[in-house]
Ligand binder design. Structure first.
Ligand code: ATP
Ligand code: MG
Length: 411
């Protein structure tokens, strides 16, 4: 059965516990804005609030297309395609049957849950449960009613202006609306992990900017393009703007390579990256650093290394992948659309000077002494910040925004 039978999509936000009172109104407003942004390509879709709920009116757009766009909106816990019926018994019964038949789940058992928001409707909700269920059963005799654990819960919400009927519930991306939990800087390499870490941070409501270190001309133009492509993909999940800071790292890296502490090069590089990132964070008013570290994945991601590396930063370092396995990270990277780019073979600045046996448990004193022995390190760090090039990424085609309706004035 076609999924084009639907008129609207019902949107569900986070749980009542996380978003109460005043926060909820704000959360809903930000979420509605994000949904509008995600639905820009669908010029007739309208986001509105009716009877205290957030809906998208499809106005002829296929539900599946809208659903695909909604799956990327953070803060949306789940959503359901809805068909509207006139507020009379026959229309409700027929529409309920159509919605039941269009639903994608298995259909051996079901129940009907009617809510009568408009009390003047002549049948109360208990009566309506029976009247709707018996109509569905007449058309589908092998079907059984199961009140406790039905495969399908057919819901009917009766309001004065219409009855809203749905049963499919699709999972949304969850989390918080983009930007609702502060701002961080993402250390973005060209690999698989850091874009996924960025996406997880964004999903938790962090507004992000990316910082990438390159060692041009040792690293190629393609390596830079690769990072820009990854950042453009992450742009898709933002509020329409994503900054990428490209930091020249060649001089610093070269001086570490000459320090005589080959096994500590990665530790030294990571610490310098954090120092530079903190300075950019101050400039950009960001208050966290996000990395793609995953415990034990490589030498620089052992607990010992993370300790010595992290000591240099005063901002919290958020590591969304720290407890995740690589297979799960890869799966996420495929889902968010960064995997294909991440596996392109261009070298990263860190792969250039990789020692044969990097320290897995570096000694903080030796690391600090090595840094102190490089006399112009602080100046090189300042220089790198000064010569950082910032690219502001925006969507290429500014499509027409989804229309706002009269009902939107409630914001
Ligand atoms: P990724 O897949 O993200 O490259 P990785 O497993 O290769 O991660 P490392 O190279 O050890 O891990 O890097 C650990 C983290 O340090 C990265 O996830 C990223 O956050 C940061 N990082 C590494 N190289 C760079 C770089 N050139 N620019 C910015 N951040 C970097
Ligand atoms: Mg890497």
């Amino acid at each position: 059965m076609s999924s084009n039978i639907y008129d609207m999509v019902l949107l569900r936000l986070g749980s009542e516990i996380t978003i109460k009172g005043k926060n909820r109104a704000r959360f809903e407003k930000v979420l509605a804005d994000q949904v509008r942004r995600a639905l820009r390509p669908f010029s007739d879709a309208v986001v509105k609030r009716t009877y205290g709920r957030l809906y998208v009116e499809l106005n002829g757009h296929p539900y599946e297309d809208i659903a695909n766009a909604l799956r990327d909106v953070f803060g949306l816990v789940s959503f359901s395609p809805v068909k509207r019926a006139d507020v009379d018994l026959e229309s409700i019964q027929e529409t309920a049957l159509a919605v039941f038949q269009a639903n994608k789940q298995r259909k051996d058992t079901f129940k009907v849950t009617v809510k009568r928001g408009w009390k003047q409707f002549p049948h109360d909700s208990l009566e309506m449960n029976h009247l709707v269920a018996s109509h569905v059963l007449r058309a589908t005799p092998e079907l059984k009613v199961d009140i406790r654990n039905p495969q399908v819960d057919l819901r009917v919400d009766i309001q004065q202006g219409g009855a809203y009927i749905y049963c499919d519930v699709e999972k949304g991306a969850g989390g918080f609306p983009y930007g609702e939990n502060g701002k961080g800087l993402l250390l973005l390499s060209g690999g698989i992990d850091s874009p996924v870490a960025g996406w997880l941070g964004m999903r938790k409501g962090l507004k992000l900017e990316a910082v990438h270190f390159h060692s041009y001309p040792f690293t190629s133009e393609q390596a830079k393009e690769k990072v820009i492509t990854l950042a453009k993909r992450l742009l898709h999940y933002t509020d329409g703007k994503f900054k990428l800071h490209l930091v020249p790292f060649t001089d610093i890296q070269t001086s570490f390579a000459q320090s005589g502490q080959e096994r500590l090069i990665i530790t030294l590089m990571r610490r310098a990256m954090l120092r530079i990132t903190e300075k950019i964070a101050v400039r950009e008013s960001a208050t966290a650093i996000v990395t793609g570290d995953s415990l034990g994945q490589v030498a620089s991601q052992t607990l010992g290394s993370m300790n010595v590396i992290g000591k240099v930063a005063s901002l919290p370092i958020l590591r969304p992948l720290v407890m995740m396995d690589k297979v799960d990270i890869i799966q996420l990277s495929e889902r968010i659309g960064t995997y294909e780019t991440s596996i392109l073979p261009y070298e990263d600045c860190c792969t250039l000077f990789v020692p044969k046996s990097p320290a897995t448990n570096p000694n903080l004193e030796i690391v600090e002494a090595t840094e102190a022995g490089i006399d112009n390190l602080e100046a090189m760090i300042e220089e790198a910040v000064k010569n950082t090039v910032t690219v502001v990424l925006r969507p290429e085609e500014a499509a027409k925004p989804a229309r706002e309706s009269e009902e939107d004035r409630w914001f």
